[in-house]
Structures are given as C-alpha cells and as structure tokens.
Design a protein around this ligand. Sequence first.
Ligand SMILES: [Zn+2]
Length: 310
Amino acid sequence: MDLFTVTDVATGRGTLQYREECLTGLRCRISPERLKRHIDQTLKIPDTSESCPFCRENIFSITPTFPDGNRIIRGESVTFPNMFPFAEWHTVTVITRDHTVPAFTKQQIIDALQAQAESLLLSDGYPSINWNYLPSAGASIVHPHMQGIADQRPSWITERYLSAGKEYHAKTGNRYWDVVREQERSSDRYLFGDEILWSAHAVPVGEREVRGLLPVARLDEVENYIDSLAEGILEVISLYKKLGTYAFNMAIFFGREKSKNFSAFCSLVSRINPNPLSTSDSAFMERLHNEPIILTLPEDLGRYYRNEDR
Ligand SMILES: [Zn+2]
C-alpha cells in the first residue's frame, strides 16, 4: 500500500516532483535544483533584550497569571496564559531565563514541555504544543517560548488525520500509524529512534520536515516520553544547525479521545535565518496555494543524517 504518490516532471534543469500523501491529500512540490540558488541567509539575530517582556526583570510584572493567581514554574521555565489568544485556551511557556542562548539544554526542553502539558491539561480541548523559533519563523518575541493551544475543534491537520485515520481503519482493517512506522523505519527517510520514530516526512509541509511519531495519542499519556521527545527535538535542531539554518517551527499534535486510530506526532520544519532584508521563505505557493515548494528530498535528508551522524 503506497502512503504517498510521486509524479516526476522533467524540467529544463532537472526533475520536479509532485508528491501527494494518500491519506490526507497533503501536496507539495520538490525541486532539488532550487537548492543551487543558495538563498541561505547569514544568521543575524536582532538585539531586542531591552524591554523584552519575557526577561526576568519584566516577566513577573507584565505577564498574566492563571485564574488561581499563579504562573507555572518548572526549572527555568515560566508558563502563563497568552495575553492575545488565538485559541479557546492559549498558553505561553518562556523556556529560558536568558534572552538568547547559544544552544538549549535537554533539561530546558523537558521543563518547557512538561509545563506546556500541565497548562494544556487545564483545558479539555484538542491540544497542541507549538514553537516558533526566531523572527523569520514567525516569533514576534526573540526570547525563546513555546505556545500551547487547545480548542473544542482540532486544527485542520489534526482533524484531517483523525477522520482519515478512522476511514483508513474501516477500509483496510489496519491502523494507519502502524503502517507508517513500518514503512518509515525501513525507508531512506529514517533518521533515528524507535519508541519515538523520527523520519523526514515523505510529503513535507515545509523545508526538511522531520516527524517524530509517538507511541501514544493523547497529551495525558505523554509524560513517560517527554525525556526522549526532548532528546529527539534537540537532535533535529542540531541537524538543522549543521545544515546552516537556525530558525524553525515545531508543532506536537495530540488527539483527545481514546482513539486507536491516531498517534500524536511532533513535526519540525527548518526556516530561513533572520536577515536584514526580510527575505522570506514563504511565498504564494506556501501562503495561497497550500502547496509548498520544497528544496530538500526527504530521502536525501535521511541519508545525510545517517551518513554524517552514525
Ligand atoms: Zn528576553
């Protein structure tokens, strides 16, 4: 059973691939030739530490508290409700004490993920844990922070996988996520891990999309896996760094019911580095057509990781 389709189209300078994920209908175009344009930008992080609301001198006076009057404190992290929510329940976890850090420690990520989980379990909506890192990835504040959202209706991607996974099971008798695990493990896209299986996604929604597939569906089941989840996230971030990109987006999608037909997964995509001209990596195909132009073949990313690191 094919999980995705590939249609090759010859262009003047090479081959363009149209890919489609069979379960969801997600589509993208992969054009490895475009890598040769070298539009990479040298990292330039703006200095915004002055008047940052997430720095220690401001955070406890500027940020709001939960209804009980408290913020969630775990290690260095501080968690509170978002002042400008775009979800029924929207929380922010400031990950580090420092405004910027050269690299995240495992403990910082563990504390932030645990605090996010704790804050999201105060709601009964469909939760996700999200992270925009650096302004070119959409972060309006440079100080590293994760955002948890939960709504009665899941976001589009979660809803699509939930309903299509149910249909898939009814049609084939198989659990979609078991089939994905099996195929990814033995594919060129495989990166690392077993309990949480990390691989370059076959139909990337963004550049170098890597997914970590969890063995559970719901947020209240994730506690025992947070340690290994944090390790995996750091491994992907360091892979991106090795490839020259520092900015990224992350989302961890969870189901809500005791559904056998859903697995929670963590998705990361690398983003263009912050740069003085505001050169962007999102244009009409990404923003209006919902069909991203991808440069890196997922199979190349898998091979690169396994050759460089193992
Ligand atoms: Zn700060």
